[in-house]
Structure formats: C-alpha cells, structure tokens
Design a protein around this ligand. Structure first.
Ligand code: ZN
Length: 160
C-alpha cells in the first residue's frame, strides 16, 4: 500500500534546521500518524511523501513557503507591560492567546521583556526556516469513515 489521499500513514521523522540542529524527532516515540491529503502535516512534506511505500525512507527539504510560512516582521509587536499585568510569571518563550480585530484567537510568543513593554511574536517558531526532514514510512492503512469525517487519525480507544 502506498501513501495517497485518505490513507492513514505512520511515519518516523527527524527534523533539522539549516544549521543541522535537530528540532524535533519521533525517535524513541511511536511513529507519528496522520491522514494524507487532509492538511494534517505541512504541504511540502505531504507532497513529497505521496506514492511512498511502507518501509521506504527519504530525505526531504521543505522551503518556508511550503512549510510554516515566511517570517513576517510586522507580526512582531511591542505591547505595553500594563496590558499583560494579569499574567503571572511572564517569561520569554511563553505562549499567550491574543485576538485580531475580528475577535479570532491567535497565539503569540513572548520574545523579549523590556522595562515598560513586552515584545511578542505571532510568527510560527519555524517560520522562515527551511526544514530538512528524514522520514521513514512505517505503516499505511485505509482510514475509517469516521476518521475521514473528522479529518484526523483515531488511535486506540480515543473517539472524539
Ligand atoms: Zn475524531
């Protein structure tokens, strides 16, 4: 069975940045399951995996446009410390929920804590990065009707 739309794929992966630092890996964990063709994983990786067979492995480099997006400088903002006074233990790297003009929630990360302001960044932590994946396809199976309706993999007794 090969990787194609509506198949549940289990893969092992290691993700490195341009410098060769390991950013994330499924090593020592269960392989990561996802449904191909449903946007569960970044588009550049999804298209590279299409047609692969169980037991195959490959190295894929994904540019930011096909990964977590380009880096938007305007997504970095300085906000008054006063606006965050209700947040306990504010620290660099913390994720906060913010809202756009239409009230849609989005996540920002605390980038710097200054004297009277806090610099927050709404870019994805991997925005602007070229991503280098080493992947191996561990299993491919058909998705259940329910999984396709939900657009995500059900494993074990999980039934949400
Ligand atoms: Zn579900």
């Amino acid at each position: 069975m090969t990787v194609k739309k509506d198949k549940v794929v289990e893969m092992h992966y290691t993700l490195k940045n341009d410098k060769g630092d390991v950013i994330d890996s499924s090593k020592d964990k269960e392989p990561m399951p996802f449904i191909q063709g449903h946007g569960n994983i970044i588009p550049g990786l999804e298209s590279a995996l299409e047609g692969m067979k169980i037991g195959e492995s490959c190295d894929v480099s994904v540019n930011p446009e096909e990964g977590y997006g380009v880096h938007h400088p305007e997504a970095i903002q300085e906000i008054p410390m006063e606006a965050l006074k209700d947040i306990d233990n504010l620290k660099v790297g913390m994720e906060l929920q913010s809202q756009d003009e239409k009230g849609n929630p989005f996540i920002v990360r605390v980038k710097e804590i200054n004297k009277d302001t806090v610099t927050v960044d709404a870019n994805h932590p991997l925005a602007g990065e070229t991503l280098h994946f080493s992947v191996s396809i561990e299993n491919v199976r058909g998705a259940s009707k329910e999984e396709l309706e939900h657009g995500h993999v059900h494993s074990g007794s999980c039934s949400h």
